[in-house]
Design a binder for this molecule. Sequence first.
Ligand code: G3P
Ligand code: MG
Length: 251
Amino acid sequence: RSYAEYFNYPEIIAHRGSSFEAPENTLAAFNLAIEQGVDGIEFDVRGTEDHIPVVIHDATTRRTTNDITSNLVSRVTYDYLSQLDAGSFFSLDYRGEKIPTLAESLSVIKGSARVFVELKVSSTSLEELTMELLSIYDMLDEAVIMSFDYRQLNRIKDNYPMVKTMLLVPIFYGNIDPILSYRYIDYYGFSYQMILTYPEYIEKAHQLGKSIYAWTVNSESSIRKVVNSDVDGIITDKPLLAMEIASKKNL
Ligand code: G3P
Ligand code: MG
């Protein structure tokens, strides 16, 4: 049992690592999140042209690296990506930080926090490579696979029933019941705006044995609101702030 469970407050997940204080989706951001004592770390996975799973949010290198020409991650080799600086866009203090591979990320996080692996591309080859790596690192039982694509999570659950799946839902109109009943989904990742609009979804999910995670909750006021709801987890760029607020929940 984690502290979060013991004290009955939500699990705190660092979004792209501790990405308010360090460059997102880098080993520096993951190590900082671990030092801060988070329950879990979320990061985004894409495949290179030569099929290496790497950790980067956007489809291109433009926003988070020093690449002179913006390139699609899927159209360059890992060797090319490995030359790029993925730290100085954030701060020169992090100059030289690299785009991590999935393997490097797993080896840094293993044993220190739960991994929340978000697949950014719905390709079966990326899924297979990701699941093979989780299996090599013996992390299938602890990992959570996240996606906006329910069909992708369906395929993964069929092949790896022991892994936890999280369907990401940004906004929703209509009847949530059939969605909350998908047998191959364990957790739902709702935007926090959605949770604040439809707080009754949490209770409905719990009745069906599912957990609810809220993303991406960064302001003090929204963290406070979400902490006071019944969510199971909070995905945030500011895990320290969230832990501080969450730990006072039941005082
Ligand atoms: O935690 C869910 C969140 O990561 C989904 O959105 O764009 O930050 O990957 P994004
Ligand atoms: Mg993400």
